[in-house]
Design a protein around this ligand. Structure first.
Ligand SMILES: [Zn+2]
Length: 423
């Protein structure tokens, strides 16, 4: 954990409770708490216990008081009567420049699967001298904890004890010390401790090309016209979604690495050449990359990506994962063949592209526990499935059954938007 590194600059005890209004800090970028809109089908192994999680009242007004000297006041109840203060330095020198914004966090807003021992981490867009600012966290329901700066671009809050099946709202504010008129940075994240998933949509594409109007449905399911892809990318950008690759999402779920707000993963299966010729220019136009799942045995075949294409795409920030050698149903072939498909495809991609391959994509979506175990033994860290939805789960069976949103030829933009987390 970054927050436990010995490079920690400063560590200050902090006591806090949610509630009250005092200095009237401007709370920017406050998004509504995320609640599932569509019926995401959970992986079969997802715990099914019911959880009566209630969001904080919508009318609540987030507030806090910052005082320059820390007089800790701890309250163990959630009554909104306490103020929370954290001063990171006794010196009071105002920064003259604009304070940096928060560009990534752990957890992200809407995550309902946060481990109870998690530390909250905020990544700033640029380093800042912690002595120049006051960083304040307020949690509702109230929690005590510690604020630390593991490096000048990260500020952490370690709550003493979060309670399972509870939804918390954390308000964060950064203010230049000694000058209340200075610009302030603030953000609000609502998250749940439990196991109801993190809202990280993985969009699933295959071929990107135009079809004739007479094309059969069996083909239309696997193709998206370039114009629709462009519309969808423009929509994602316009609505605040931020592109990440699947390996970064795995690092978030497994290693608690921060992610940007409203993350979205673009996945493209099978390694078709149209990824390079049709999708790549559009993705680049909107500042996106994609996570590609290729068949190692079809590289260089006509209609598929060449190794040279793949190297170029990796240099440009795309992620490459394995989709087996040549796409068999891995539940219907002999064990030795399953092993070959899993092992040799990884080795071939790594040898030809020079990047580690850690994420698998099940051909036809077919998988079982034995295959998941084999993937782990062979060095894979996660796998994408055909399970629908945008909620992702931690643990082996979550990471090896990442859900995806199937994008097809006749999908309207409204249908596309409705599959995404509320935004
Ligand atoms: Zn496929």
């Amino acid at each position: 954990m970054h927050c436990l590194l010995p490079s920690r600059l400063r560590r200050v005890r902090l006591w806090m409770a949610g509630g009250l209004l005092a200095l009237g800090l401007l709370w920017g970028a406050c998004r509504a708490a995320v609640a599932p809109r569509n019926a995401a089908v959970s992986p079969t192994s997802t715990p099914t216990g019911t959880m009566a999680v209630q969001l904080p009242a919508a009318t609540q007004t987030p507030t806090l008081t910052i005082t320059p000297t820390a007089t800790p006041t701890h309250t163990a109840t959630a009554t909104p009567t306490a103020s929370a203060t954290c001063t990171t330095s006794p010196t009071a020198t105002a920064t003259a420049t604009r304070l940096p914004a928060v560009i990534a966090s752990y957890p992200i807003d809407g995550d309902r699967s946060v481990p109870p021992d998690a530390e909250l981490v905020l990544v700033l867009e640029r380093p800042i001298d912690p002595a120049q600012v006051t960083a304040t966290f307020v949690l509702t329901p109230a929690l005590s904890g510690e604020v630390s700066w593991p490096d000048p671009q990260r500020v952490c809050f370690a709550p003493t004890k979060m309670i399972t099946d509870t939804v918390y709202t954390v308000y964060f504010a950064l203010a230049a010390r000694g000058d209340a008129s200075q610009a302030q940075v603030s953000s609000k994240i609502t998250f749940g401790v439990g196991n109801r998933g993190a809202p990280i949509p993985i969009l699933m594409y295959h071929q990107i090309m135009e079809l004739s109007p007479q094309a059969e449905q069996a083909i239309r399911d696997w193709v998206v016209p370039p114009a629709h892809l462009e519309e969808q990318l423009a929509y994602l950008v316009a609505h605040g979604f931020q592109n990440v690759n699947v390996d970064r999402m795995v690092a978030y779920l497994r290693d608690r690495e921060p992610l940007p707000a409203q993350p979205v993963v673009i996945s493209m299966d099978d390694g078709y050449r149209t990824v390079y010729t049709a999708a790549r220019p559009l993705l680049q136009k909107y500042g996106f990359t994609a996570s590609l799942f290729v068949q190692s045995g079809r590289a260089e075949n006509s209609g598929f990506l060449s190794w040279e294409h793949m190297r170029t795409l990796c240099d440009e920030g795309f992620y490459l994962g394995s989709h087996s050698i040549d796409h068999p149903d891995l539940l219907a072939v002999e064990p030795a063949e399953v092993l070959r498909q899993v092992r040799a495809s990884k080795a071939a991609i790594e040898a030809n592209v020079g990047q580690p391959v850690t994420v698998f994509c099940y051909p036809l979506g077919k998988h079982n526990e034995a295959l998941i175990s084999l993937l782990q033994e062979e060095g894979y860290e996660a796998a994408v499935s055909l399970n629908p939805g945008y909620r992702q789960y931690r643990g082996v069976y979550g990471l090896f059954q990442l859900a995806r949103i199937w994008v097809y030829y006749d999908m309207t933009l409204e249908q596309f938007a409705a599959k995404l987390p509320p935004h």
